[in-house]
Design a protein around this ligand. Sequence first.
Ligand code: HEM
Length: 415
Amino acid sequence: MPARARTRLTAEVTDFSHHSGAFADRPIEMLAELRERGPVTWSTAHDGFWVVTDHRDVIDGLADYGRFSSGFGPAIPANPFGTRHIPVGIDPPAHTTYRRVLNGWFGKAEVNRREPEIRALVEEIVKGLRERGSWDFVTDLAEVSPGAVTLGILGWDASRRVELLDVMARGLRNAAATDPGTVARNEAGDRWIREQILAEAAERRAHPREDLMTVLATDPIIDGAPMSDEEVSDTVVFLLLAGFHTTSGALTALLVHLARDPQLRARLDADRRLVPEAIEEIVRIHAPVTALARRVTEDTELGGVAMTRGDWALFVNLAANHDPAAFPDPQTVDLDRNRAKSVAFGWGVHRCMGLHLARLILRVEVEAVLDLLPDFEIDLGRTVRSRHLGIGWFYDAVPARLPVSPSVATPGSRA
Ligand code: HEM
């Protein structure tokens, strides 16, 4: 790759905030405008941070954990959950140790081995939707499966899914809240989840089983010793969080897209082999994780600007995936395009550890919806995109139903 002239060491300054309503209203357009002003701009919001929007600099930065550290968490302002997350908030070499323990449980072979149980879970949920006739794809399908599967890998009782996901969903929804009542409820929810994790860990120490929870609670992982309670808790909280809204955001973006694009829906219906390509392309365009924060560890330069040790930088992978220099006509769904350099799942050492699992869950979900709800209709006028992006882009509501059969329909029943 030819060396880029790196002469412009002063940056364009904006007040861009990824937490603003203006950004939630038109994220792709705002990011394009920022990229126009410069591949790396300085925002005065949130005490100041660099905003990296072109594909090449996003990849260069995320690949370079030495200069751009994850050690302060992946968000600006710093971690909304107030705690360290493992492995996403740890730099190598410790990151490598934690990741080695987890990798096998989320690797392709292990995930494929679980396909029958994941398919059975998803089909049971989707058959339930068919019986109901109307439902919301966010709460009734998309947010249910990833958490349930992760609980299965951890070896937790699947019936705990609802109470755990309920508390976590509330915490995520209110992550940016500042009123004392909500903050206190969030903290209580966080404490409660950690208590559940430590109780599970204690139970595995007394009665080891063949599950990830036993490995995390008992295996000699760090210098020949098991993880501390805090490390176990920091790991499990993140595992539960990581796949939850992300996979949900990807599924709902795809289903809404299919409702708007009958031609693509017909193609997928006719040839299920296209489903993985469609998933990958929608995840590129709608990147459910929109941006990743890093701290600059040394005075350095990126995208032609001079950065100072201690600065925050926001690598906007949603912007990188819409950079026309990397993906021509970036907003168009093109199943045949080369998207090997999509950064929807991140880049570098922290690249999503759950991506095989996410891809499998999404494929099984889409197949189940196409097979078991072939005539599903989404009420496009009532879908709700979240009014707050931050570092994630999701739907809050995607109401859907089966068409009412003309023989049983009453006048006005489909209004
Ligand atoms: C479509 C769904 C998903 C998307 C778009 C997504 C996206 C991402 C991204 C962008 C990162 C990089 C974070 C960083 O560099 O700071 C990441 C990391 C991670 N993801 Fe996912 N993710 C998805 C699903 C999942 C699932 C189902 C799991 C399973 C538990 C998971 C587990 C993780 C873990 C553990 C990491 C941290 C990896 C590390 O730090 O080495 N993700 N994900």
